[in-house]
Design a protein around this ligand. Structure first.
Ligand SMILES: C[S@@+](CC[C@H](N)C(=O)[O-])C[C@H]1O[C@@H](n2cnc3c(N)ncnc32)[C@H](O)[C@@H]1O
Length: 250
């Protein structure tokens, strides 16, 4: 089984073709932030969210643990790196906090689901990188769909077209308890790439405990990308595919 780094080492070449067009969360993230705040995106990948912030005139820092994903982001967003509006860092919150503190920390598009073990250590260092009164927003994958026997462990095939490339991707997800294993097979010009991904599903009540233990308060949930839909509790049956959690550092 691949670890996260090995997964994204291979995925970097296909990520934008597979997921780069997703934009339902972008207006939500920018609505949480003001241009005068120090904003950090954790798990920035190839820069899908960074790009929106930069196009809207924000300054932002993006961190990730995958050099290959960051290389794509740096290449796409080179002009913003040169202008000083974008800082891109390889950083692992399992090891230590960042040297600076931030007002808004965004853990975007299911990055937290890659935290399989010791989420406490990851969150401790993340919270140490937040200024007092700083806000954290995390988007967490929690799909009830894949516990459905009709789609669990079932192969699907799609064709992707991206910048003149034609790629076929076959994938299946297998859910066991709170762990998901996804196998993707990409085929392009006779080349075949297999990518294995492991993700963990965190229900809202467990996430709340983890965030409280990390020292955060005012923990609020929403099952939509909608800044006025936050509420103090979220029942599992209300979640379709994901939820967003917001929390504040005292
Ligand atoms: C699904 S991608 C999301 C990329 C981007 N945020 C987006 O919205 O398109 C998850 C990203 O999280 C990164 N990641 C996984 N574990 C991480 C960790 N412990 N710290 C930082 N980034 C991590 C992966 O390398 C990958 O780039």
């Amino acid at each position: 089984m691949m670890n996260v780094n090995e997964t994204y080492q291979k995925f970097a070449d296909y990520y934008d073709a597979y997921a780069g067009a997703f934009d339902k969360d972008l207006a939500f993230y920018t609505s949480l932030c003001r241009p005068d705040e120090k904003i950090l995106e954790v798990g920035c990948g190839t820069g899908r969210v960074l790009q929106r912030f930069l196009n809207d005139g924000f300054q932002i820092t993006g961190v990730d643990i995958s050099d290959e994903m960051l290389a794509v982001a740096k290449q796409k967003l080179a002009s913003f790196c040169h202008s000083g509006n974008l800082v891109i860092l390889h950083h692992n919150f399992f090891e230590h906090p960042l040297p600076e503190v931030y007002d808004r920390v965004l853990v975007t598009w299911f990055t937290f689901n890659y935290i399989l073990e010791t989420p406490e250590n990851f969150l401790k260092n993340l919270v140490a990188s937040m200024d007092s009164q700083a806000m954290l927003a995390m988007d967490v994958f929690y799909p009830r769909t894949f516990t459905n026997p009709n789609v669990n462990d079932v192969w699907t095939t799609r064709q992707l077209t991206y910048h003149g490339r034609v790629i076929t991707v076959q994938d299946k997800r297998t859910v066991s308890g709170d762990m998901e294993e996804r196998i993707q097979i990409y085929r392009e010009n006779g080349k075949e790439t297999h990518i294995h991904t492991r993700r963990k599903y965190y229900p809202p009540h467990i996430l709340k405990q983890l965030l409280e233990c990390a020292g955060l308060m005012e923990i609020m949930f929403s099952e939509q990308y909608e800044s006025n839909a936050f509420k103090p509790t979220l029942e599992e049956h209300e979640i379709v595919e994901h939820f967003v959690v917001n929390a504040k550092k005292p």
